[in-house]
Design a protein around this ligand. Structure first.
Ligand SMILES: Nc1nc2c(ncn2[C@@H]2O[C@H](COP(=O)(O)OP(=O)(O)O)[C@@H](O)[C@H]2O)c(=O)[nH]1
Ligand SMILES: [Mg+2]
Length: 355
């Protein structure tokens, strides 16, 4: 690319600028339509977010300042614990109270599988005629931090589109609890009774991120006992890690029992959710929002830096450094230092491409 004739480079730049303009125009149209209630535009925006397109970036730039009003609730836990059933019950409870709700179901393990979508289609049908409900499955595309980035961006779009509550449903895989917590104001960790030794295994993850722990399948034997064990276990312990600023400070979570299939305990869960948001006030909410801001900026920064390092002007240097690390001639720390130094030194800035 570096040795393309100047005229060709100029033509490429022009094409790139034209397509950036087209993306910005399309993003503005979609974002405005989504905000005025057009569900097809909203769905298209979320597809753009999922695919991390230029349209998504332009739309987020427009929508982010209009978001911030919704209560973002993360719902995570192992497969089969009853997350989807609980989400359906919460939707019913919220709608009963006249509140609007959007759901983003993110499955890090199976990007857009028929199964996940089928389940959503069934859930969607119940609310097909209800403008106060929007449900959407998304993949996280396996990026590092992709789950948090995708969930956060999708939640911002839904928030700006006027939904009062945004439920982010994710399969618990250890890391995903942490990631969903990064995207939510309030994180609910779901467990089923009869876990036995698993209680120990989930302990660390729970302590890190749960604002509310729900033992679902309250109709099964052992549910109350599991809840009691969890309450005993979740006593706050001293000196737990605040070494990572991107993680919310651990709190002592409330433990509730629900039976999602019958709706029992769901009203109490909604009360607990509202209380967490209200009590948290500036404290909890702003800590969560600050952590989210850090995570978002960090992910965009890394992307931007990597993009700049791959520009035609810098490509040869970047490729050389990558090759040197691959050959073990250079360690990755020295490589990063060298690339950063190259970025901040004499190199010409890129032609502004209005991204
Ligand atoms: N007995 C009982 N079964 C439940 C309850 N909630 C969900 N289930 C069932 O547990 C299974 C898994 O539920 P699902 O919501 O798909 O779990 P997810 O994988 O966490 O989303 C389904 O067969 C549900 O009908 C409950 O409260 N009691
Ligand atoms: Mg599910």
């Amino acid at each position: 690319m570096a040795d393309a004739p100047a005229s060709r480079a100029a033509a490429l730049d022009q094409t790139r600028r034209a397509s950036a303009h087209a993306a910005a125009d399309r993003a503005a149209a979609l974002a405005d339509a989504a905000r005025s209630g057009d569900r097809r535009s909203l769905a298209r925006l979320l597809t753009a977010v999922e695919n991390r397109t230029a349209v998504a970036e332009h739309a987020l730039r427009r929508l982010y300042p209009l978001a911030g009003g919704a209560h973002l609730v993360g719902i995570t836990g192992p497969p089969g614990a009853g997350k989807s059933t609980l989400v359906a019950a919460l939707i019913a409870e919220l709608r009963g109270a006249g509140r609007t709700v959007a759901v983003v179901a993110v499955d890090p393990s199976s990007p857009i599988t028929g199964g996940a979508l089928l389940g959503d289609r069934v859930r969607m049908q119940a609310y097909a005629a209800d403008d106060g409900v929007f449900i959407r499955s998304m993949a996280s595309r396996g990026h590092a931090g992709g789950l948090a980035a995708t969930s956060t961006a999708a939640a911002a779009v839904l928030d700006a589109s006027g939904f009062e509550v945004v439920l982010i449903e994710t399969v618990g895989t250890g890391q995903s609890e942490v990631e969903v917590a990064a995207a939510a104001d309030t994180t609910v960790v779901l467990e089923a009774p009869e876990m036995g030794d698993e209680v120990q295994a989930i302990k660390a993850g729970l302590l890190e991120v749960a604002d509310i722990v729900v033992v679902n399948k309250g109709d099964r034997p052992g549910a109350q006992r599991t809840a009691a064990q969890l309450r005993a276990m979740l006593v706050p312990s001293a000196g737990r890690g605040d070494d990572d600023p991107a993680r919310p400070t651990p709190k002592r979570p409330e433990v509730l029992v629900t039976t999602a299939v019958t709706g029992e305990g769901i009203a109490d869960l909604l009360v607990a959710l509202d209380r967490h948001r209200a009590e948290g006030g500036d404290g909890v909410t702003s800590a969560a929002r600050r952590a989210r801001a850090v995570a978002q900026i960090r992910s965009v920064l890394v992307e931007r830096l990597w993009e700049r390092l791959g520009s035609s002007a810098r490509r040869p240097v970047t490729d050389g450094v990558i090759a040197a690390v691959a050959e073990h001639e250079l360690d990755p720390y020295a490589a990063a230092d060298r690339l950063l130094a190259a970025l901040s030194s004499d190199e010409p800035e890129e032609v502004a491409d209005e991204r």
